[in-house]
Design a protein around this ligand. Sequence first.
Ligand code: DAH
Length: 339
Amino acid sequence: MCSPLIKKIKETEIKAAESFKSASSPEELEATRITFLGSKGLFAELMKNLGSLRKEERPAAGSAANAARQITAEAHQLAKERLAKFVTNRNNWLDVTLPGRQLRRGHSHIISRTATEICSIFGNLGFSIVVGPEVETNYYNFEALNFPPDHPARDMQDTLFVSTDLLLRTHTSSMQVRTMEKNPPPVWVVVPGKTYRRDSDISHSPMFHQVEGLAVDKGLTFSDLKGVLTAFVTTIFTPDTKIRLRPSFFPFTEPSAEVDIACVLCGGHGCRLCKGTGWLEILGSGMVDPAVYGFVNYDPDQVSGFAFGLGIERIAMLKYGLDNIRMLFESDLRFLTQF
Ligand code: DAH
């Protein structure tokens, strides 16, 4: 059986340990120290009480008091170290000498950049930029561009219809007649924008982008068309890029030509990209068919013009060596940040 004093000593030791553990500030710690270990503190009081014990009880109580005081002093030391760390962290939460954390910066998408580059090249050649509706009427998309009513391009296979008369424009050529209706000649415009067709594979997407070009002025000839397109390809690709015009057919141009450039990969020798031909098709073009002037009251005896239409994705893919159009629409930052 231990004496009531030893019991008291044990209780004080436990209380002290709890108080030091829960001290949450240097001020509270110091107050706790004074309460237990101060010269007038609880342990000093207990020591004083030793004198009132019987002689044979004193050694056991004395050593219990010393041990408890020692343990309490250690608890004080531990709490002191813990709070010192806490104060350092509290004072150092903002280190103004550390380098800042930078926000990740975005930039325009490769399609927008290519569109801007294409338009600025034509801008330097004297063309203005116009834009128009993506939901278009049958009239502007087909009829006024001289497409016969049974032309396959009007078929459901190619065209995404919104209603019998409304559709998602299949090309930005739909802005030709809209532009000429509003402006007397001369007209020099390029039309960048989204276009839609029911088509999807490695080089086609149901939504894609085109730039249409239209120049109507006095005395324009096929040579002007060739000159403008040569200036374009030698700027957007390399200065020595060769072009070739191949006879073709479009309802709104006569004569019409498809334009090829010498293969950007093999330089014209023939490879996988150009399927051995040495040439890559990049756009459609031609002299504006006089039938189209009939829809806008331009006099074909007074003016002549040329038009061309190119796919922005196609140009970007050739310029940057991409082999799958989907890369342009997947929003994969590992790909997009490379440009
Ligand atoms: N609109 C045609 C297409 O999307 C491209 C085109 C061909 C545009 C000849 C023209 C042109 O202006 O003259 O396939």
